[in-house]
Design a protein around this ligand. Structure first.
Ligand SMILES: *Cc1c(COP(=O)(O)O)cnc(C)c1O
Length: 463
């Protein structure tokens, strides 16, 4: 018997009971694809063990049964989305690997409403003619930041690239050596600058840059001064960096724009301070001509890049040919507009998850931690404890700011911390946790209270 007859035809495999049942649920295409993959896997296994001899009809039936038994799992692996919701129990509020900011309910409704229907994305309804998508969040952004006008791109990296391409291509951009930073996800200031066609003029040193360093570097080739938020690190010790106001004065004296990549989207504290995190409102009022920041960091909105600033500069930026490639889509506008409205209405601290998580007190988190630990207390194999710890902001924002929290520790006599962590990650939904000192740590700051019960059940089912 030859190898190709050892594996029954796809058509005959399709007639087997499990395959037929699966075909009712998933359709012919997926079942045939999964059968082919399983048949290929059998062929591969035979090649590695070498062809057998004297194969019989029983062998063929055995192979068919084996393929059939694996079919459901194969279809599951083909159809399970790789983009899935997870429970973030790491305590890192802006976790870039976990999708940064969870959206506010109002933003989700706006996405559903705009996404499922036709909209005025590029329609000027009053004039019944083509309109511009740039108007959609402009009023709220100018109101909230104090800037003259605003524009939105796909993310902040795009915003920086676009601003530099539109305002500085072929000319010099002055940047302090202390601000030539790399931000997670391969955003490097010198690389973005090079891609924009602008020429980098490094100023000062890594730890100290003075206003005179900028002054002596300006020439007739200088297009603008770029200030970059040192978002994910701090230079400590013997350091110096001019105040934004001083840099603005110098730029304006020389007839140059001052552009700031603020990054984090901390628009204003509203009474909450976050270390010395700079805020957009202060940058605009200090005279920065263009300020860029992310939509999905501390602002708590969708992935977007936001550009606010003077009309005379933002106008050419939005008309630049790259704008077409870097623009935001209607879902981002919908979610961003709804998020900004929460700020305008003074409700962001309650309704925007990132702002709510930032404002949670240690006591409030501890009360939930006690309840969680109590509900898994009946599990004899797990030991839990509640200890003091810190949550991190993450996402390259407010480095060094630590938020006091209460952590639930998990340990088991027969399981290592990494095994517990692995089992949690394999849950449905997966749970992401931290490990320290051979213990798994759960921080409820970043867990939606509505998911506390589900989390407790997942932990309880570990062992
Ligand atoms: C996060 C950040 C960026 C990149 O923003 P994305 O929205 O992730 O593209 C650029 N600059 C600074 C200062 C940042 O903090």
């Amino acid at each position: 018997m030859q190898e190709r007859r050892l594996i029954p035809s796809i058509e005959s495999l399709r007639q087997r009971p499990i395959a037929r049942a699966l075909e009712m649920r998933f359709g012919r295409r997926l079942v045939v694809d999964a059968l082919r993959r399983e048949a290929d896997a059998v062929r591969l296994r035979r090649r590695t063990v070498g062809p057998g001899t004297a194969l019989t009809a029983t062998d063929s039936e055995r192979v068919a049964a084996e393929i059939e038994s694996r079919l459901e799992e194969r279809i599951a692996s083909l159809t399970t989305a790789s983009l899935r919701p997870v429970i973030n129990a790491t305590g890192v509020i802006l976790h870039t690997n976990l999708g940064r900011a969870p959206l506010a309910p109002a933003a989700l409704s706006a996405i559903a409403e705009i996404g499922g229907r036709y909209s005025t994305l590029e329609l000027d309804l009053a004039a019944a003619q083509r309109g511009s998508r740039h108007v959609h969040t402009e009023n709220l952004l100018t109101m909230l930041t104090g800037a003259e006008t605003a524009a939105v791109t796909n993310n902040n990296a795009a915003a920086v690239l676009l601003v530099l391409a539109a305002l500085a291509s072929g000319r010099d951009v002055l940047v302090s050596r202390g601000e030539l930073v790399e931000i997670g996800g391969a955003f490097r200031v010198p690389d973005v600058l090079a891609e924009s066609g602008a020429l980098l003029r490094e100023v000062g040193t890594t730890n100290r840059t003075r206003i005179e360093d900028y002054a002596s570097a300006t020439t007739e080739k200088t297009a603008l001064i770029l200030r970059v938020h040192q978002s994910n690190f701090r230079v400590v010790g013997f350091t110096e960096r001019p105040a934004l106001g001083a840099l603005v004065s110098l730029a304006h004296e020389r007839g140059l724009p001052l552009v700031e990549d603020q990054g984090s989207g901390w628009i204003t504290g509203d009474g909450v301070t976050l270390g010395d995190e700079p805020d957009v409102v202060s940058s605009v009022s200090a005279g920065a001509d263009v300020v860029t920041f992310s939509g999905d960091k501390l602002l708590g909105g969708p992935q977007a890049g936001i550009i606010v600033g003077r009309q005379a500069l933002v106008g050419p930026i939005t008309r630049h040919p790259l704008m077409r490639a870097l623009r935001a889509d209607k879902l981002a506008y919908a979610a961003l507009g709804a998020t900004l409205l929460e700020y305008a209405a003074g409700r962001a601290r309650e309704t925007v998850p990132v702002r709510r998580m930032l404002a949670l007190t240690r006591d409030a988190i501890e009360a939930r931690a006690v309840a969680l630990s109590g509900s898994i207390g009946r599990n004899l194999w797990l030991t839990t404890e509640i200890i003091a710890g810190v949550s991190a902001i993450g996402g390259g924002s407010a480095p060094g700011v630590e938020l006091p929290t209460a952590l639930v520790t998990l340990s088991a006599a027969d399981l290592s911390a990494s095994e517990i962590e692995r089992r949690l990650r394999g849950g449905d939904p997966p749970v992401l946790a931290r490990i320290a000192d051979e213990r798994v740590l759960l921080d409820l700051r970043t867990v939606d209270p509505a998911e506390d019960a589900a989390l407790a059940a997942l932990v309880d089912a570990l062992v």
